[in-house]
Design a protein around this ligand. Structure first.
Ligand code: NAD
Length: 494
């Protein structure tokens, strides 16, 4: 490591040098003793070893979770009792938000202020499901003179939770909250690039009073024979909630098929932001800048394709490029930083390769490589390509970094065709002051979520999920409760 990397890296105090699995209430190593290196994205130096889980470790974790489900109090506790534990979890997460953000930012390269927002969102996820589970009501139907039918909602068993490296702690909470609230027990397999923040869960859960064996954590890789694959193929895990790449989702879908598992798939995206001529241009530019460059562009719902009406196209591109050049790239721990370091050198290489492809395919108007002043680490200047053709790879493929493609359109029909002309369908953003056009256009877009004249902010009650290659099923609010429970219909003859 050079002096620059050493002097610019902010190393949190008491950083662990080794993390283990957490199985049946105990921190344990892999049975074969294997570990893997964890790097920090500013220096790309190994700072920690994490236990590398295999099938044998998953077997242990699933056995503990199954025992806790079959014999433990958790699935049988009153919703109010589970809710109290979840509220305590939320309180503890909130009280440690600064430490969580510091660790997350160090491990993932996310700007510290944004990591703090994600830590708070994680607490909110637990609080939300703690409330929802006690407010939950189920249907009862009376067939006069003949029958009463009612729904008996039950937890399903051991839920396998597999998560990606972007906003890791928050995305884990998004699955852990509802899975635990509904009375399931869990095995979490966090992303191998960013295992640090997940190592805080055991302490948080123990302090909140979650019974032993209800939460289990196995670190490691996803591929065949490793932790992720073994979890998907374990016969005692009836549910898999997965967030990650569409290609990985396809593999998991195939591997889970022989077991007929319940699957929730939150996958990739290449979401359009459509800017009509009558839009509030200032607001549209601010929001579309934030929409693709926040969270380092490593955001599933990033508005990474901007479609702009030709009558305002030149002005939009010019202003957008100028504003992009003012986005502050910096060290992740600096509170002024708006774009930090990408998570890992492998991902950095992928994003840089798309920038090279983009230079062949389109007109570069901002960024385009490593920013000045950052000779090392995974730093990428916010990058804007204009005049991007719809068959260009940078229009079609998910880059998952601070790179945006801008394309002009002439008519509403053409805008819709461009918006829908990719394999993904996660989110869409529409900017227009014409109310009728806004609603008609939003409803015609192939996307699980649409934002009209607004930033990417969502209430936790709304469904979250994508269509086409962006996912299968929805989580969020009651849809999460539905995914993690069995709805048994009981019929009584009067
Ligand atoms: P990834 O698919 O490479 O990995 C995700 C997780 O799956 C990791 O924990 C990994 O170890 C595991 N895994 C890999 N192969 C596996 C296998 N064969 N069986 C079981 N588990 C396996 O994704 P990533 O690179 O970590 O994350 C980025 C992707 O996640 C992007 O495509 C992004 O759009 C997507 N994402 C989607 C959402 C959403 O809600 N739709 C949210 C965040 C991220």
């Amino acid at each position: 490591m050079t002096d620059t990397a050493l002097s610019t890296r902010h190393v949190p105090a008491d950083l662990p040098t080794r993390i283990q699995h957490y199985i049946d209430g105990e921190a344990v190593d892999s049975l074969d003793g294997d570990t893997f290196d964890v790097l920090d994205p500013v220096s790309n130096q190994t700072y920690m070893q994490a236990a590398s889980g295999k099938k044998a470790d998953i077997d242990r974790a699933v056995a503990a979770a199954k025992k806790a489900f079959d014999e433990g109090p958790w699935p049988r506790m009153l919703p109010r009792e589970r809710s109290r534990v979840l509220h305590r979890i939320a309180d503890i997460v909130e009280s440690r938000d600064a430490r969580l953000a510091e660790l997350e930012s160090f491990d993932s390269g996310l700007p510290i202020t944004q990591a703090l927002g994600q830590a708070r969102r994680a607490a909110e996820n637990f609080r939300f499901f703690a409330d929802l589970i006690v407010a939950q009501s189920d249907d009862t139907f009376k067939v006069p003179g003949r029958q009463i039918n009612y729904v008996n909602r039950k937890p399903i068993g051991v839920a396998g939770l597999i998560t990606p490296w972007n906003t890791p702690f928050m995305l884990e909470s998004w699955k852990l909250g509802p899975a635990l609230a509904t009375g399931n027990t869990v095995v979490l397999k966090p992303a191998e690039f960013t295992p640090l923040s997940a190592s805080l869960w055991p302490g948080i859960f123990e302090e909140a009073g979650l019974p032993k064996g209800v939460f289990n954590l196995v670190n490691g890789f996803g591929e065949e024979g490793f932790a992720g694959d073994s979890l998907v193929k374990h016969p005692d895990v009836p549910l898999i909630s997965f967030t990650g790449e569409s290609r990985t989702g396809q593999i998991i879908f195939g591997n889970a098929a022989p077991f007929l598992k319940g699957l929730s798939m939150e996958l990739g995206g290449k979401s359009p932001a459509v800017v009509f001529a009558d839009a509030d241009l200032d607001a549209a530019i601010d929001a579309t800048i934030f929409g693709v460059f926040s969270l380092n562009g490593e955001r599933c719902t990033a508005g990474s394709r901007i479609l702009v009406h030709r009558s305002i196209y030149n002005e939009f591109v010019e202003r957008y490029a100028a504003q992009t050049k003012r986005v502050k790239v910096g060290y992740p721990h600096d509170p002024d930083t708006e774009v930090g370091a990408l998570v890992h050198p492998e991902h950095y290489d992928k994003v840089m390769s798309y920038i090279a492809i983009g230079k062949q395919e389109a007109r570069l108007v901002a960024g385009g490589g490593r920013p000045k002043g950052f000779p090392e680490g995974n730093f990428v200047a916010p990058t804007v390509f204009a005049d991007v053709a719809p068959d260009a790879r940078i229009f079609q493929e998910e880059i998952f970094g601070p790179v945006v493609a801008i394309t002009p359109f002439d008519t509403d029909e053409e805008a819709l065709e461009l918006a829908n002309g990719v394999k993904y369908g996660l989110a869409a953003y529409v900017w227009t002051n014409d109310l009728k056009r806004a609603h008609n256009f939003a409803q015609a877009i192939d996307a699980g979520m649409v934002w009209l004249n607004s930033n990417n902010v969502r209430d936790l009650r709304t469904p979250f999920g994508g269509v086409k290659a962006s996912g299968l099923g929805h989580e969020g609010g009651y849809r999460s409760i539905d995914f993690y429970t069995e709805q048994q219909a009981v019929h009584i003859t009067l």
